[in-house]
Design a protein. Structure first.
Length: 176
């Protein structure tokens, strides 16, 4: 028989709230979506874990999610399986994900990539890109880029898989 333990119940509630709300480089209570169709991604570049440089200008014509995460962020960990599923479902249709670590301890990133078996590119945050993507204050933050290379939406926090799918389908069908 299960015995009620108030301490464990409170801990479970706190963990659930943190997991669902996101992490801050601050903590924000729920996902927000902001539209912005002005910013171009042509000049964005990131250093991959293997040291090579990734330029987003090569992804023009694709729908791309820039997924800002940290290895210590519970919400980022919770979101990763959904992102993997989206990637596998849509990559053959012109969709890509690039996860961008905000970690200061970059030595933690390879183990995170292995643990979650991440199939897409993982890069390091490049502060030079902030003039285009803005400051990343909350994690996870996802920058959604349309086929024209414009930032379409900025999603802060976790959104349901059905919303992701509707958004990706819409962008894959459109020319912009």
């Amino acid at each position: 028989m299960f015995k009620y333990n108030k301490g464990i119940s409170i801990l479970a509630v706190v963990f659930t709230v943190v997991l669902l709300s996101g992490c801050k480089i601050g903590n924000k209570p729920k996902a927000t979506i902001q539209s912005n169709s002005k910013s171009q991604i042509d000049s964005l570049s990131f250093r991959l874990l293997d040291g090579k440089t990734l330029s987003l200008s090569k992804d023009k014509g694709k729908v791309v999610i820039l997924n800002y995460f940290a290895t210590w962020c519970p919400a980022c960990k919770a979101e990763m399986p959904e992102l993997k599923e989206l990637y596998r479902s849509y990559k053959s249709r012109g969709f890509d994900i690039i996860s961008i670590s905000t970690d200061r301890q970059i030595g933690n990133i390879p183990a995170f990539v292995k643990r979650f078996d991440i199939p897409f590119k993982v890069a390091l945050e490049n502060p030079v890109n902030r003039h285009i993507v803005g400051n990343i204050e909350y994690l996870p933050t996802n920058i959604v880029i349309n086929r024209n290379g414009n930032i379409y939406k900025r999603i802060v926090g976790i959104i349901p898989q059905a919303e992701w799918r509707a958004l990706i389908e819409k962008l894959l069908r459109s020319n912009g």
